[in-house]
Design a protein around this ligand. Sequence first.
Ligand code: HEC
Ligand SMILES: [Cu+2]
Length: 434
Amino acid sequence: MEDNRRNFPSISPAAVVVAAVFLLVSALGTYWFTTFVPLVLPAQASAESKSVDELFTILVIIGGVVFFLIQGMLLISVLFFRARGEERNDGPTYHGNPLLEIVWTIIPAMVVVFLAVISFNVWTQNSEPKAAVNHVNGEEIAIEVSGARYAWTHTYATGRLSPDGVPIVINSGDTLHTYIGQNVELILQTQDVIHSYWVPAMRVKQDLLPGNPATGGRPTEIRFTPVRVEGELYPATYPIVCAELCGDGHGRMRGTVVVHENESQFLEAFYEPAIYAILNPPADPVLRGEIEIQRYICNSCHTLDSLEWSSRTGPSLNGIADRAGERVAGQSAEEYIALSIWNSGAFRVPGYNEQMAAFGPDVMESANIMSPEQLYAIVAYLCTQGEQSDCDQENASSAIPEAIETVFGMQVDINFGQGDAAADSADEAGGESE
Ligand code: HEC
Ligand SMILES: [Cu+2]
């Protein structure tokens, strides 16, 4: 047998043709791959999108070249170098070729370093703190996002005060409102496990980390600036998705980003009405309760047909008013429901663990802060969920405040925020506050 050990296999003209065709196919194939990029990705709805997509295209090109190189080599080997006829031997052996080995180590290493550098560059650029964030009416406000199994809650610390001096915090539930050009900066905190706040259209994704402070989790931030998307009708909506498997309800842990066309549309369609609604709730506590209960993440754990909730972490709230009076001896239905919400540990519904989130006037999570007035309204609403309700519905406006005073020792101002006079004086207060 001839000694092949130190030589390359001889290169025939056919091999050159095959190699040329193969390189052409790789190049065309890779180009073809890149044409899918814009089809696969959602609209570029933020200033950050472009650089992320460029990075992605570079990855697709490099990945494409590697894919076609390896699959092509495999194909060529299978076609041209397979065993033929009676051949049974392993073929000629080739010993190390240092030059080749150095080349195929250095090139991938350089590619990896190159990718690391450009990725880091895009990351630092996009996550850099911006000068003026969350601009509303010429002021910077804080927007917080709370993640809990299985819902998102967004809260806006407006910086304004109610006539009673209570800071006005808008709770917009699973919806984030913003406008084109607003430098959005969100502070994210989880109430339980790791979640990940992902807005594909904005090309941002950030984990929410459990841990200190208290139960509110270790805060993380996310930053993006919505831009105009050609052909889009405003206000435009984009999905928010949880990108970290967090339990059996992970798939429905979703939300919506609403991008308004400009600040005045944002103020008119969302911000001012939200503040107005806080200052001027419906006089009917039941109607008010129906609004209030939807500000919180109750839907992430409970079933309630009237509001189309279908979660099963906690007991169903269908017909709760029919059971509430018999749950605990000596406790009225109003007292029981109020206690269930602010101090769910007081009574454990059989078959359920201590899983209910904490709500109240001074809980850590701003998303779960609930005033006695809000509790009053929510109890009034839940008192209507049943056939023959155990609650005293004729006298709800005295029975529920009395129950809250009995169990928590807190006074309820049942006329809280009623009427336009309250809103007017709040506007004055808002003008002066920082
Ligand atoms: C993290 C999940 C979770 C969230 C969020 C949650 N709950 Fe619960 N809830 C539970 C669980 C679990 C129980 C039963 C355990 C217990 O009794 O302590 C429960 C019990 C209750 C009960 C008593 C039910 C009965 O049949 O006696 C009421 C009323 C209630 N919740 C109302 C609310 C309201 C209103 C909200 C929103 C403000 C809310 N819950 C948010 C999990 C949750
Ligand atoms: Cu999640």
